[in-house]
Design a protein around this ligand. Structure first.
Ligand code: NAD
Length: 282
């Protein structure tokens, strides 16, 4: 981020995966969950809450990305996990590669016997891309990660999912209301994920597999640039009715709700909107 003279720069608040007040109640005991992008941000908090709720958790990570740390997630999960759950595992995976997706799914299925919950969450964005400046190379990388990755992980996981399993896709509020930050490329991928979620849900009704989505508002994660101008930090929440961006732990309970057959057995093809109050249509 270039420094602009006369503008004050501040660090983003650190992402918080854990809410000390959260009270787990075994909503996912006995379940095997696979979460993509669990080394950071929203995915890390989802893994942590799933472990607290009794699930055995496998997650994917990408090697060598700044501010993402799979060992930190593993430490959290080992502390959170219940005694009858399997030990958490982390697997290096590039979700934009079908071969990688097949490998990670097969590895998880052979270790734990099945996949009950798939969370497609890994994603990338480029904060300041103007449509006039978008390159083909970037679009290919973005679409392969944010769309193809969801398809590949789903395609291979379905072989190991039975009736009562579910899929949760991370979309974004930007798919519904656009973005003041020019994220046209990114929000197009997230709109696609909303359609993917609805279509897949209908396709899998007869197999008893539920498919839902979560469309977060702005959340403090390393996806946000490490330093933003002060006016941008304020701006990030300024179009949100609650006047702030969220923390990862404020998102994770939506995933627990959608993953739990106790909570959401009559929901499929829906998208939850933990977004600080932004009204979305559709
Ligand atoms: P993050 O950067 O902390 O997490 C993104 C994760 O994706 C990381 O774990 C990273 O390792 C993984 N990843 C990136 N490229 C990958 C690849 N090619 N293969 C495999 N994994 C890859 O950011 P986050 O905010 O926690 O993002 C999680 C999801 O939430 C993303 O889909 C993002 O688009 C979505 N989202 C974020 C916000 C927000 O404001 N932070 C808002 C709406 C939606």
């Amino acid at each position: 981020q270039p420094q602009q003279p006369g503008k004050e720069y501040v660090m983003c608040p650190l992402p918080q995966a854990i809410n000390p007040d959260y009270k787990p109640s075994e909503k996912l005991s006995g379940k095997v969950a696979l979460v993509t992008g669990g080394d950071s941000g929203i995915g890390r908090s989802v893994c942590y809450h799933f472990a607290l709720e009794g699930a055995t958790v496998a997650f994917t990570y990408v090697q060598g990305i700044e501010d993402r740390d799979k060992d930190e997630t593993l430490k959290m999960l080992l502390k959170a996990k219940s005694s009858d759950a399997g030990d958490p595992i982390a697997i290096a995976t590039d979700v934009s590669s079908e071969e990688d997706c097949k490998k990670v799914v097969d590895q998880v299925a052979s270790k734990f016997g099945r996949i009950d919950i798939l969370v497609n969450n890994a994603g990338v964005e480029h904060y300041t891309n103007l449509v006039e400046e978008i390159t083909e190379a970037w679009l290919v990388r973005l679409f392969r990660t944010n769309i193809f990755g969801y398809f590949f992980m789903t395609k291979h996981s379905l072989k190991h999912m039975k009736e009562g399993s579910c899929i949760i896709n991370t979309a974004s509020v930007t798919a519904y209301v656009g973005s003041p930050h020019q994220l046209l490329d990114y929000l197009s991928t997230k709109g696609s994920i909303v359609s993917f979620t609805r279509g897949l849900a209908l396709r899998l009704v007869d197999q008893g597999i539920r498919v839902n989505g979560v469309a977060p508002g702005p959340v403090w994660t390393p996806l946000q640039p490490a330093s933003l101008p002060a006016y941008e930090v304020e701006y990030l929440g300024s179009d949100v009715p609650m006047r702030r961006a969220g923390q990862p732990y404020e998102l994770a309970p939506s995933y627990v709700f959608l993953a739990s057959n106790q909570c959401s057995s009559y929901m499929t093809g829906q998208v939850l909107h933990p977004n600080g109050g932004t009204i979305v249509n559709g």
